[in-house]
Design a protein around this ligand. Structure first.
Ligand SMILES: [Zn+2]
Ligand SMILES: [Zn+2]
Length: 195
């Protein structure tokens, strides 16, 4: 795992539903060690962690750079990491981080917070995004070349563009309505006058 992938685990947690133990098991995957070991404490900790991570995205996407940094520094304090050089194959050395606590939630939060913190230093908090579709609310990491992404997914972008198009069309129809009728009246009046 590189920091990029750790940052993505923060996005995944914020966008996931973690209200119940079943939610949390589904989030990690039913075959995972986390699904086997997680308990109600993890549910509570992940729910709280998810809210705090969302705040970091909200600060970043609203241009509150210092607030995003401060929120992440507090999270780093609350979730200290234990780094470790790891290699799944020979010469494939890379960093892994684990939490100091051994719970499922502590482990996930440590990686997520570390990933987001490194991401912020590397790319800046302006690249933390909250989907512009209010009904969605998902967060994302903006990797676009010009930092202009506004939606969490293609699906939300398309849905929002279709909705905006329909709204414009409706507005145009309402405006065009009376204007369309006027000439008809004029024609009728002229016809009467002519007769
Ligand atoms: Zn690895
Ligand atoms: Zn969205």
């Amino acid at each position: 795992m590189n920091f990029d992938e750790y940052a993505k685990t923060a996005v995944d947690l914020v966008n996931a539903q973690v209200e119940t133990l079943d939610d949390v098991r589904a989030f990690f995957g039913s075959d995972s060690w986390q699904a086997t070991e997680c308990g109600e404490r993890d549910v509570a900790a992940l729910r709280k962690g998810s809210k705090r991570l969302r705040e970091v995205f909200e600060h970043g996407s609203a241009g509150r750079d210092i607030a995003a940094v401060e929120a992440l520094n507090l999270l780093l304090e609350a979730h200290p990491v234990q780094p470790r050089i790891s290699g799944h194959e020979v010469n494939d050395w890379h960093m892994h981080v684990t939490g100091r606590g051994s719970s499922v939630a502590a482990e996930h939060m440590a990686g997520a917070v570390w990933g987001l913190a490194v991401w912020l230093c590397e790319y800046g908090s302006a690249r933390f995004g909250v989907c512009a579709d209010e009904r969605c609310g998902n967060v994302y990491l903006d990797t676009s070349s010009n930092c202009c992404r506004r939606f969490c997914s293609e699906r939300c972008a398309t849905r929002s563009h279709v909705a905006a198009h329909r709204a414009r069309k409706r507005a145009a129809e309402v405006e065009a309505g009376p204007a369309d009728l006027a000439p008809v009246d004029e024609v009728a009046e002229r016809a009467v006058v002519g007769a």
